[in-house]
Design a protein around this ligand. Sequence first.
Ligand code: CMC
Length: 436
Amino acid sequence: MTQDGKKDLVTLVDSASGQKFELPIIPGTMGPKVLDIRSLYGQTGYFTYDPGYTSTGSCESKITYIDGDAGVLLHRGYPIDQLAEHSDYLEVCYLLLKGELPNANQKEKFEKDIRTHTMVHEQINAFYRGFRRDAHPMAVMCGVVGALSAFYHDSLDIADPHQRMIASHRLIAKMPTIAAWAYKYSRGEPFIFPRNSLPFAENFLHMMFATPCEEYKVNPVLARAMERILILHADHEQNASTSTVRLAGSSGANPFACIAAGIASLWGPAHGGANEAVLQMLTQIGSKERIPEFIARAKDKNDPFRLMGFGHRVYKNYDPRATVMQRTCHEVLDELGVRDEPLLELAMELERIALEDPYFVEKKLYPNVDFYSGIIFRAMGIPVSMFTVLFAVARTVGWVAQWNEMIGDPHQKIGRPRQLYTGATQRDFVPLHARG
Ligand code: CMC
């Protein structure tokens, strides 16, 4: 806004016609201002071209703020390291969904609301048996979460705020159960039902590792580490999976279908699949002596290999989540008495060498959240194929919060990008006998 109360504007000049166009600038509370291009096509006849949306703000949001250059991540204004240190996952869920940290009564009620939805419909139990035992658990997650819309008909009306709230609670509450059961199914072990007396992360670890045969006590250090990992992954602004959820939801699709779409997007190795890919990469590298060979491959434009767990679209500095993750990694290994974890030593050496290499320095490629998480998961006894599933469990609240925000946004429209068409121009149909 200028001092006389007028909107700041950017003037565009069409060099072909000499015509001038004005576009308003909108400020946020933090971060770069945005250019409001909604009238661009109407005014100029041009669309914008921005593959990968590197310069496009797709929505207005009050949930998460990232300053990628400074390595800052805030949820509703609170720094991620403070939340990871002092809060718990369900409290962060409340914060993301409702905008404020809960007071004691609100916290107790929210935890109870989530607890009452941890079980899944008994018929879902049977649904698992349609999958092969060796199916990737992310494939099972896409299927089972998508299928929730076939079970919970009373929370599909997105125009009803109460139904939206119930669907949100159901998704947050049932995701650990669905994920743990995907693991149990792959092992041929009986499903373990949720224990609502346990805190969120502990309950999840219990469903993963307990059996009906004997008492299983979750290690409190591991439960705390899992709680922290869930917090670190809870939301991350308009990333690929969140944008997928918003785009799917923009058509009015039901929340369970939208979250299943988010899970599918998360699965890719450039996104949530990176934690699995990091461990595979470290195993492939095998020894410190081979690091230079893989660094050289990562820099080679003719080699598709990339250092997994390195680089980020937004962070051009150390990912603040990776800092907490590295600390948590040491805590977990200490607790488990793992003195020499070759993969951790390899990861730390790889990080050291990469951060001194001009290629990674110039391109500002730093370790991201996925670089250390796999080592922690492995030490906890979680199989590699479950790594991205854990990310999905944690990110569900982010997806749900962003979906709710979108539904409540008066500017919300169906997402419908345009394109730069470079295909054939109009031509007449050629009958089969006349084609060469
Ligand atoms: N190893 C080697 N080179 C890289 C890497 C990497 N990990 N990441 C980026 N580069 C290079 C890339 O080749 C490009 O070079 P040039 O400018 O010479 O063509 C430059 O850095 C910019 O890369 P980009 O692919 O244009 O950047 P982007 O913002 O589109 O991609 C990214 C971001 C995360 C997909 C990418 O850094 C990457 O593939 N990293 C490895 C996968 C990974 O760890 N993903 C997890 C992301 S964090 C958690 C999450 O979001 O789920």
